[in-house]
Design a protein around this ligand. Structure first.
Ligand code: AMP
Ligand code: MG
Length: 338
């Protein structure tokens, strides 16, 4: 045995040519894993109807099998194979698909327990990223895909992020450039269409969903009820998630006297650039504080700061609601100790 055959070769990066799309759909049909670009974050995709392929996702990520996968589809007609859609799902699909919205619906018996962690429901999304859509169309399969990162770490928003953390564990990465949104999809539970519930905030807001459905939209897990229909472990439920290794401290507002003159081994992360001459331990997500740009840059910046050797990262929460809620949700998880 040669030395090189003992160590697993690194993943190959593919540009989105027509030939590469055909190659990657062949790999997916063989039950292999392919990291894919989406408008939210990069996903680690496998044939959702192949339990062995889906199991390999959990192994590659080190993800507990109690954390169910999101299944991605190319068109509405595929939904019926996986889930039992209702009128609310049809209305939200009309408004937001393809796009960053995942719907939880009762599942069909074609979906294996490995995908749903044994739940009677399945989470489904029709993504908007052009290359991922081409791949979904070409392979003709629904694709199960969680974020393409080791379990619990910051989600990847470039192909390079995927290569760095999973490059030795998977064979293929489709490079679609940096993700346009940069935060994971909004997840809405539609099992009871009269009481839709947001399980994870994202770029599609509670208000947008309420406008389409014309009913109040709840947020978070039902209180005081042990809910056998919800996963044991989920981003909405698991506090420590999307976490850098460096400890993160959150601040409602950071005042200038706090960061001026602070030790150089502590980083200060703002949404907007503070005014004036800045020391080298000051960072921001968008110079003008545009929240969409801030969301897009959040995970990449957390990774960058995590790799820079700071002892601590102080982060200021985003002002306002909607996209700010989604950004702050990720910041809180990054800061969570438990
Ligand atoms: P990820 O793909 O890593 O962003 O995570 C997928 C998340 O989708 C899970 O952690 C759950 O929060 C959620 N999810 C997937 N399937 C279900 C389901 N059947 N019911 C509720 N939430 C789900
Ligand atoms: Mg994830």
């Amino acid at each position: 045995m040669t030395a090189s055959s003992k160590t697993r070769a690194s993943a190959r990066l593919y540009r989105g040519t027509a030939l590469n799309i055909r190659r990657l759909s062949a790999a997916l049909r063989r039950g292999e894993l392919v990291a894919v670009p989406t408008e939210t974050v990069y996903g680690l995709a496998a044939d959702a109807l192949n339990p062995k392929a889906c199991r390999a996702i959990f192994t590659a990520k080190g993800r507990p099998t109690a954390d169910p996968l999101i299944v991605h589809i190319h068109d509405w007609a595929q939904l019926g194979q996986l889930a039992q859609p209702n009128e609310a799902a049809a209305q939200l699909a009309e408004a937001f698909w393809p796009g960053p919205l995942t719907m939880v619906l009762p599942k069909t018996d074609q979906v294996d327990d490995i995908v749903t962690s044994g739940l009677p429901s399945v989470a489904v999304r029709m993504p908007g990223h052009t290359l991922f859509r081409k791949l979904l169309l070409d392979c003709g399969l629904p694709l199960a895909a969680p974020s393409a990162n080791p379990f619990g770490y910051v989600s990847p928003t470039t192909a390079e992020h995927v290569r760095i953390s999973l490059g030795k564990r998977i064979g293929h990465i489709l490079d679609g450039g940096p993700c346009r949104i940069g935060l994971e999809s909004t997840i809405v539970d539609l099992r009871d269409p009269a009481a839709p519930r947001i399980l994870r905030p994202g770029a599609i807001t509670r208000g947008q969903i309420a406008d389409v459905l014309g009913v109040e939209v709840l947020v978070g897990r039902p209180k005081g009820r042990s809910s056998e229909h919800l996963p044991q472990v989920a981003p909405g439920l698991l506090k420590r998630h999307y976490s850098p290794r460096t400890p993160v401290d959150l601040h409602e507002r950071i005042h200038e006297n706090e960061w001026r003159g602070s030790p150089a081994d502590e980083a200060w992360l703002f949404i907007t650039r503070p005014a004036g001459r800045l020391p080298r331990n000051i960072f921001w997500l968008d110079a003008r504080g545009d929240l969409r740009a801030a969301a897009r840059h959040l995970f990449g910046t957390l990774r960058q700061l995590d790799g820079a050797g700071f002892r601590r990262i102080h982060a200021e929460l985003a002002p306002g609601h909607d996209l700010a809620d989604a950004i702050n949700d990720r910041l809180r998880r990054a800061a969570s100790k438990g």
